[in-house]
Design a protein around this ligand. Structure first.
Ligand SMILES: C[S@@+](CC[C@H](N)C(=O)[O-])C[C@H]1O[C@@H](n2cnc3c(N)ncnc32)[C@H](O)[C@@H]1O
Length: 289
């Protein structure tokens, strides 16, 4: 089991949440959470979605956020303070791979974003279906279980450079595979099968996008600069070797080194024609009445 005790991870997650906010808002809106309802944010992390969920319940509901990481829960407490959610949000440490510390039928809905995945035990879940069974147990009959997964496979960050982006993307996937690290790129999960096997009904999948174009607002620019250009796609010798291995040319690599350098006159994020698109999927099911 991996417990994240790293505040830098929490900051990344919060920045990612702000980047994905249009997609998250759209997904949450689709849930039509009843005003005043009680919900569980399972694996709430540093709490970057709590204010969106609170807003969707008309700010008169109640949300319980649980996570396994005390460090991330501390950051979630700061979000509660920042967004003035006191009294409407409670936080608790809980391990989702164990029975939840709640009685049956106490919530109207469960929201869980970017927590469950099928690469299993390395991340603490031998079987996502068992976790979803627990979600269904604590939700009232007729209530909703919602699983949001931010998909990395279909992201478009490099407009006009499709082949370059495809090669870099495949190269980082290979890197993840090689190093045995968790691969967010492979978030194309059998989530409907999980929900169905856990006994939920009225299953639905929907896609929700975050789209931006120049000029980017600071959070969006920071996210792409820090976490995509300078981390995932950082032009290291290792990435270069892997990218060449999947068909990237020398010219394309030189282009990438140029357009990913903030000091270059060709820096992609400074182009007035820059845009990017990323999406997430929302899978929902109802607890049998
Ligand atoms: C990618 S983060 C997502 C956080 C949050 N849902 C969001 O959308 O920003 C995954 C979260 O799952 C939590 N997590 C992983 N395994 C867990 C477990 N077994 N029990 C509870 N939380 C867990 C991690 O601590 C982390 O906060």
């Amino acid at each position: 089991m991996v417990v994240i005790e790293n505040a830098a991870y929490g900051h990344h997650e919060l920045l990612y949440n702000r980047f994905m906010e249009p997609a998250l808002q759209s997904a949450i809106h689709l849930l039509r959470l009843p005003p005043g309802s009680r919900g569980l944010d399972a694996g709430c992390g540093p709490g970057g979605v709590l204010h969106l969920l609170d807003n969707a319940t008309g700010s008169v509901g109640h949300i319980t956020g649980v996570d396994i990481s005390p460090a991330l829960l501390d950051m979630a407490r700061q979000q509660v303070e920042q967004w003035k959610l006191d009294g409407r949000v409670s936080l608790a440490c809980a391990d989702l791979s164990q029975p939840l510390p709640f009685a049956d039928d106490v919530f109207d809905w469960v929201w869980s974003a970017d927590v469950l995945c099928s690469d299993g035990e390395a991340r603490g879940f031998a079987d996502p279906v068992e976790v979803i069974r627990e979600f269904a147990r604590v939700v009232k009959p007729g209530g909703t279980v919602a699983i949001f997964l931010g998909n990395r496979l279909g992201a478009m960050y490099l407009p006009g450079h499709a082949h370059l982006e495809q090669c870099l993307s495949t190269a980082i996937q290979l890197n993840y595979l090689k190093t045995g690290r968790f691969a967010p790129s492979f978030y194309h999960e059998p989530v409907l099968a999980w929900l169905r096997t856990a006994g939920l009904t009225h299953l639905k999948i929907s896609a929700h996008i975050a789209e931006y174009q120049y000029p980017l607002k600071p959070d969006v620019r920071d996210y792409i600069r820090e976490f995509i250009f300078a981390r995932e796609y950082a032009p290291t010798p290792e990435l270069k070797q892997r990218a060449h291995g999947v068909g990237l040319t020398e010219d394309e690599w030189a282009t990438w080194v140029d357009i990913s350098d903030p000091a270059s006159p060709n820096y992609l994020l400074d182009s007035e024609d820059y845009y990017c698109v990323r999406f997430g999927t929302l899978a929902t099911g109802h607890v049998l009445e």
